[in-house]
Structures are given as structure tokens and as C-alpha cells.
Design a protein around this ligand. Sequence first.
Ligand code: NAD
Length: 479
Amino acid sequence: MTTLDVAGIAVSPDHYIDGRRVPSDQHFELHSPIDQRLLGRIAEGTAAHVEAAIVAAQKAFPAWSAMTAAERQPLLDRFAEEIGKRADAFCALESNDAGVLLSRMRHGVVPRAMLNIAWFAQHALTLQDRPIDTEQAHHIVRHDPAGVVVIITPWNAPLMLSTWKLGPALAAGNTCILKPPEWAPLTCSLLADAADAAGLPPGVFNVVQGTGARTGAALVADARIARVSFTGSVPTAKAIAQAAGANLVPCSLELGGKSPFIVLDDADLDAAAATGALMYRNAGQVCLAGTRFLVHEKVADAFVAAMRGYVEKLTVGDPRDAATEVGPIIHPRQVERVAGFVDRAVAGGAQVLWGGAKHAFGAQYYQPTMLTGLSQGDEIVQNEVFGPVLTLQTFADDDEAIALANGTDYGLGGVCYGETSHATEVAQRVRTGFIWVNSFGIRDLAAPFGGIKRSGVGREGGDWSFEFFCDVKDVVVPK
Ligand code: NAD
């Protein structure tokens, strides 16, 4: 058994199957986005590992699913506690492999990961008994666990998104196989240590490391699995939906976004600008960020001046430094992708309001950028960049704002600043899965989360997560 030393933290590069670490004779290299140093060689999941994980999860399912939610809850609470005990390690690992700000890990991601596990364990108690009584019959509406669940997550928020799916899947009584993102797999590996220390029975939670094209594809094509819960890009979602669809396996798909950030003529421009600068957080690698600024023409100049003030104060740098607000881009390939979008837009006539080039801090850093002078059909207006690159268009009235907001194939989220009742009215006409009025990022685990159009299929959060991870059954007893 090998162990990696990443920033002084010991972490396994191996799989975790049936309650033990399983090495591979095939590996892929993991490099840090901060300085490109080699962090280690991670196990590649072969067909044999995929098989072993599915068999282990199947074997563990009868006993785990036979427990009541109340019986599972103490174990899952302990899982959350074991995550908390490793907070420093989770922070250091995800900061080093995904480039997430250390401060954000400590104050946002780790507490949320713990809550993701503990909250759903608690919420599962409400699933047990949801009777419907009519004159004719008593309906016992059961939420039975579906079986073996495959969870596939992206690199921009591996710990948060993995626990967001694991929490409800495990609490509902399923057994799980997590396939972490190959560009940032370390915190998912550490999750297995936490689950092990919490005493989750072998096979209930398995981690199979590996690349998407090989390990991920093998997992989702297997007819023995009951559900696929995926967060990632649109092309991958299509491949997964096709593979799972061949076996009629239901998929939950949380995908990309091109969300509007609307600034109405009666908005508090300073507040909108301050929030606008937050869209560069995680170097813009945030699915729910508002990336298309749609600003009323009357206030556009004042808004741009206000936002420029906030952007100029942003500190770009090493995510491990407390002062850093914008860190690196995950991978050299992704840096080139981001730069390509900007270069093509500029070549096509876009104007750069700020940024527009790589950042001097390091090879994988890009300047916070805002482009304008764009048409709705332009590539950069229509496609997710997933980097620190925003666009700005103006509108003359609400109808035009809404037409622009709804004028892409995406429909994940949105932000709308304006006088509250006006902004609320406009927000309700925007076709997305969620939208924040005069705010950004307020999340509640009980609320629905997900996208429409190309941004996804299904909803996560609260009861919606359980509807997906359970087989809902009506036992009808006549009166
Ligand atoms: P990606 O689609 O390239 O990869 C996501 C995961 O899928 C990885 O673990 C990868 O290994 C795996 N994968 C790749 N090909 C596969 C296949 N054929 N079969 C099975 N698994 C496969 O996405 P990414 O680049 O890691 O993440 C960025 C994307 O994720 C962006 O589009 C972003 O908007 C989206 N995202 C969405 C949300 C949301 O909640 N809607 C949250 C975060 C990120």
C-alpha cells in the first residue's frame, strides 16, 4: 500500500473497495495547478476494479438497506464528525490539487461537506412514513433504497459535490461507488478514510479512482447499477445518459451554466458591482456563477466603473495564502481553452473592459476579464468558458433583458439586481433552475437545486434528492 505526502498530509492514491485500500498496476499523474509540481501517481480503475466495486456494493446492499434511517443516522453522523476531524487535511489537499482557496475550504466547503452528510441523515427520518388516507384505502408510501448508486463528480468542487450526493444516497439506504475527478481526486480519497474511521460497513461506500473515459464509462455502462448521479459537463452528460439509458438506469445530471447577471436601472449599483466581482471566485470555475452581465443601458457606465473598482482590488495568487481571492485554473489545457475563447472574441471585435490575458502570477493563472461589444450569437456569449471571463451586454427595457437572459441553451441559475419587487418580477420570468434576487449564493439543503435546458435533468436537495435515490412505492390497503 502506498501513501502520498501532499503538503505534509498523508493520502492514499489507491481505490477503496469493500472496506480496504486496493492498489492498481496502472496509474495517472496528478499535478498541482498552483505550480505544476507532481503531487503523485493515482490508481487507474481497471475493469477488474470496477467489477470488484460493484460486487462489493451489491453484497453490502441487503444489510445497509434493511436498516432504518434512524439506525443509519448515528453512523452517518460519525462520518460527518470524521470529516470534521480531518478538516485541515481536506483543506490542504483540495487547495493543492484543485486550487480552491484555503480560506474557502475552511469556512465554506468543509463545514458544508459535514452538513451534507448529517443533514440528509436527519432528513431521511421524514421519509419513513408518508401515508395518504382516502375514503377507499390507506396508502403506505414507501421510499425504498434503489440499490447500487454510481456518483461521478467534477474537479471544481470535488468534496462539496461528492458529499452532496453521498449524503442522501447513503441516508436513503443505497450503497455507493464514487468516481472522483481525475484532475482533483485527493479529497475523495480522504473521504474514504473518514467513512472507514466512522465504521461504515465494508462495501457501503467505495471509491474507484480513474479517468472518465475509462473508469467512469465502465461504471455507468454496467446494468447492475440502479442510479447514476452526475455533475459535470454537457458532452460527458450525453455520453453517460446514453450508456445508462441503454439499461434504463435513471440519471441525475447537474451540468454547466451560462447564467445571466441582470442589473436593472433601479439597482443598487455598488451592491451589484461588489457581488459581480465575486463571480471571479475559484477563478470563475463555478457552475452557478452569473457570467453574462446584462445591464440597463442607462446605468451601464456607472456600473462598469463601480465593478472595475472592486475587480482592481482582487488579489490573484496562491490559493494557500489567506489574502488570495482568485486562484489558478485547474489544468494547462483549461488555461488554453479560456485564452482561446477570449482571443477569438477579441479577434471578432469584442472590446476588453479589463483583463484579457494570462496573469503574470504563474502559468495557470488568468486575469479577471470582462468583454463587451458582443452579439447574442457570439461564441463567448453562448458557451460556458469556466474561467475568470465574463461578458457584458446592455438592454433598453425588461423585455429585452429577459430575452437576452433566456437566449442561450443553458438554464442553470441567475442573479438579478434591482428594486426588490421589480427584480423579483423580472427574476420570475428568467428560465433557469434558480435565481438570486439582490444576492448571490444563498443555498439551503432543503431547497431544490438544478438546471433546465442544457444545464441538467432533475433536481437535487431536500426531498428531491430522495425522490431520485429511492424507489417510491405505494402499498394500497383497502379500508
Ligand atoms: P467533465 O464532464 O469533463 O467531468 C466530470 C466527471 O465525469 C469527471 O469525474 C470525469 O472523469 C467523468 N467522466 C468523463 N467522461 C466520462 C464518461 N464517458 N463516463 C463517465 N464519466 C466520465 O466535467 P469537468 O470538466 O470535470 O467539470 C466542469 C463542468 O462541470 C462544467 O461544465 C461545470 O459547469 C460543471 N459543473 C456543474 C455543476 C452543477 O451543479 N450544475 C457544479 C459544478 C460543475
